[in-house]
Design a protein around this ligand. Structure first.
Ligand code: GAR
Length: 197
């Protein structure tokens, strides 16, 4: 059995999904080594969450790089220092180069607030309301070169109520995200430890 399952988390903002993962580790529900939280924004609140949990943090601001690939190569350098078994995108709002995606092929996952393949991209809650959908949800998937695509690991549905707003949907969905993401990471960690891949 391997000693530890190294996880690097990439964020851009609030980091509530990161917090759910930190909490699951603290509660010993998740036996992983959270080795780095990397943000492309210096003011991402998730960096404070990571620091409070004593997880190393790093900021690499995309605005400092002239090309997407230069930025991605810098991130790869920082991430690979920790030899990650899994890279977790948790509200990381940058499109990744094909080189980056290829480098972490089969070991990078993303959480997206829609029932993919519906509503790739941003503003998903409002688009669900505008389409009059009766259900909404989240998807957790492996990252591939096509935006918000890749093999689905888990989806969770919620009902859209007649009085829902984009804000109320986002709030209710986040509660489900916080349960689902640690669960999926746990499954992947378990598979890795017991060589069931
Ligand atoms: C989450 O709702 C996540 O699903 C979404 O950003 C939010 C991040 O919240 N991700 C995407 O839209 C990726 N395409 P958080 O920073 O509080 O975890």
């Amino acid at each position: 059995m391997k000693k530890s399952f190294n996880v690097v988390v990439l964020i851009s903002g609030n980091g509530s999904n990161l917090q759910a993962i930190i909490d699951a580790v603290k509660a010993k529900e998740l036996d992983i080594n959270l080795c780095l939280v990397l943000s492309n924004k210096a003011d991402a609140f998730g960096l404070q969450r990571a620091a409070k949990a004593k997880i190393p943090t790093k900021v690499i601001e995309h605005s400092q790089y002239s090309t997407r690939l230069d930025f991605d190569l810098e991130m790869m350098k920082a991430i690979d220092e920790y030899k990650p078994d899994l890279v977790v995108l948790a509200g990381f709002m940058r499109i990744l180069s094909k080189e980056f995606v290829q480098h972490y092929d089969n070991r990078m996952i993303n959480i997206h607030p829609s029932l993919l393949p519906k509503y790739k991209g941003t503003n998903t809650h409002q688009r669900v309301l505008d389409s009059g959908d009766k259900e909404h949800g989240l998807s957790i998937h492996y990252v591939t070169n096509e935006l918000d695509s890749g093999p689905i690991l888990k989806q969770v549905k919620i009902t859209v109520n007649s009085d829902d707003t984009a804000e109320s949907l986002a709030k209710r969905l986040l509660i489900e995200e916080h349960k689902a993401y640690p669960e999926v990471i746990k499954q992947l960690c378990y598979k890795d430890k017991y060589c069931l891949k």
